[in-house]
Design a protein around this ligand. Structure first.
Ligand code: BJW
Ligand code: ZN
Length: 290
């Protein structure tokens, strides 16, 4: 049966729900100016995935991989949360969702590495710990290839040798050949640092916590993801198999295989309406006031 787009019907399910999860992807941050991976302007159409987002690629050419992630850090570092992040941050607060989902717990499981969901919650609710799991890691974290230390890092540029290379990546020019010793190094052991993100063939972060949440969820919101990458694309199926409700928020009818609801359109417009009954243009004002 084709999924329904009936907001009232979906909200009546939220009323009775106990454990809601949201599984988010790059579409959540698209309105913040962060490129998606597989869309018409997607990163993987313009750059070769196997050269950039695998452990082997980093071992082969850490200079090239760092230049790509430096470019991504420069974009994400200047980006601001959009109304979709704001709607989710508000919905994360029990008092804000008490009319719509009074008995439910809520966790956002995001594949995004831009940190915008956490930033948004910190801006709006600085004294609460946001219920957000960043399963593919963080652009603004480094991981030491020698001692394994994971550290937050928002430096721009992260090391002098990367300064300006974002322009080369942006214009698809040949990257610079940066000597290993000039790439980001661990302040503790001087080992080579890598971006703190999860590449293909690597295990996702927080997998046990995520499994527990998926196993108990009675509603899954699938937001702005093509549902092409495992294991994130399996979570909603698992909820549907246990007779839970799946609602997809996407500009394209992607990943709606097991969906009961599909809310077409940009999630920065659909999420405020469906989750909060608010018009999206009221959302930016919320961030500016605080
Ligand atoms: C909007 C919108 C708007 C736009 N509003 N909507 C064969 C060999 C090796 C591995 C595998 C294999 N076959 C399968 C695998 C497993 C692999 C995988 O799934 N591969 C597939 C591609 C085939 N997965 C993994 O390897 C994962 N680990 C794992 O499985 O461990 C077990 C294992 C161990 C050893 C060997 C094999 C398995 C790890 C996956 C890590 C993914 N990493 C990346 C890069 C992160 C760092 C970085 O950012 O560079 O994560 S890849 C990239 O894809 C990124 C994303 O998080 C992820 C998902 O993409 P997402 O978010 O869905 O974005 P898009 O662009 O695809 O979609 C955007 C959507 O938004 C579209 O639908 C638009 O319509 C929509 N949209 N604007 C609403 N305004
Ligand atoms: Zn180290």
């Amino acid at each position: 049966m084709a999924p329904s787009s009936d907001v009232t019907k979906f909200q009546s399910i939220l009323q009775k729900s106990r454990h809601i999860i949201a599984i988010a992807g790059a579409g959540l941050s698209a309105a913040s100016g962060i490129p998606t991976f597989r869309g018409s302007d997607g990163l993987w159409l313009n750059y070769t995935l196997s050269d950039l987002a695998t452990p082997r690629a980093f071992r082969k050419n850490p200079s090239k991989v760092w230049q790509f992630y430096h470019y991504r850090r420069e974009i994400a570092g200047k980006a601001l949360p959009n109304p979709a992040h704001i709607a989710l941050a508000l919905f994360s607060q029990p008092d804000q969702r008490k009319e719509i989902a009074p008995d439910a717990e809520f966790t956002l499981i995001t594949q995004n590495v831009d940190g915008l969901s956490v930033l948004c919650s910190q801006m709006l609710f600085p004294s609460t710990d946001p219920p957000i799991i960043e399963m593919h890691g963080r652009l603004f974290e480094t991981l030491c290839t020698q001692c394994g230390d994971r550290m937050p890092n928002r430096d721009s540029p992260i090391c002098p040798a990367l300064a300006g290379t974002e322009e080369l990546v942006k214009s698809h020019a040949k990257e610079r050949q940066i000597p290993l010793e000039d790439l980001p190094r661990c302040p503790k052991c001087r080992g080579l640092l890598r971006p703190g993100v999860v590449w293909f063939e690597e295990s996702i972060l927080h997998d046990e916590e995520i499994s527990e949440l998926v196993d108990q969820a009675d509603v899954a919101l699938v937001i702005g993801t093509s549902s092409r990458v495992a294991p994130a694309n399996l979570f909603a199926h698992s909820v549907a198999e246990r007779k839970g409700t799946v609602a997809v928020f996407n500009t394209e009818p992607q990943g709606i295989g097991s969906a009961h609801f599909y809310f077409p359109g940009p999630c920065e417009q659909t999420l405020p309406r469906v989750l909060l009954g608010k018009e999206p243009d009221k959302m930016n004002g919320i961030l500016q006031q605080d």
